[in-house]
Design a protein around this ligand. Structure first.
Ligand code: SME
Length: 157
């Protein structure tokens, strides 16, 4: 069953009661891990250097770092600035396996002032975990994170 994403968006908006991007990104991935079923990893990668994703706040096993824009599902999201929804990561040739349990993946780009700030990456051990409705709902949650956070200050480039 698809979660009530509009309720989750209201809850996330209430949870993010600071403008601080670090606090808010830590809270957001903890919230997603708690509220969404069948996830084994939820976290942020940030563009702190051009065309390179650095591991940010996350929940789950220690993960791959850094990830160039040229590689993996996260790199594809950063490069194209389009959400990547993967039913079976084993079918993606350049998928980067951080946790062998991961089977499906959803990566949402975070663009602020026309700059790729980073991506939100969700992994699931269940094949075809993310439906189109999940994608739309999670993109709306990312929009809430963007709205509640001062992201322009976080770049180190
Ligand atoms: N699977 C990702 C790498 C990040 S981990 O899943 C946390 C990718 O292919 O980009």
């Amino acid at each position: 069953m698809t979660p009530d994403y509009s309720l989750l968006a209201r809850q996330l908006e209430a949870l993010l009661d600071t403008r601080d991007w670090l606090t808010n990104s830590a809270q957001t991935c903890a919230f997603l891990m708690q509220e969404l079923p069948d996830l084994n990893w939820a976290g942020f990668y940030l563009q702190h250097q051009p065309d390179l994703l650095c591991l940010g706040p996350f929940q789950g096993k220690p993960a791959c770092h850094p990830i160039p824009f040229s590689k993996g599902v996260c790199g594809a999201a950063a490069r194209t600035r389009e959400t990547q929804r993967v039913d079976d990561v084993h079918a993606v040739a350049d998928h980067i396996a951080c946790d062998a349990d991961s089977r499906a993946e959803l990566v949402v780009p975070i663009v602020v002032n026309e700059r790729l700030w980073g991506v939100l990456d969700l992994d699931s051990p269940r094949q075809e975990r993310f439906s189109e409705a999940d994608q739309a709902g999670i993109e709306a949650l990312v929009a809430t994170f963007i709205k509640r956070s001062d992201l322009a200050c976080s770049d180190i480039t």
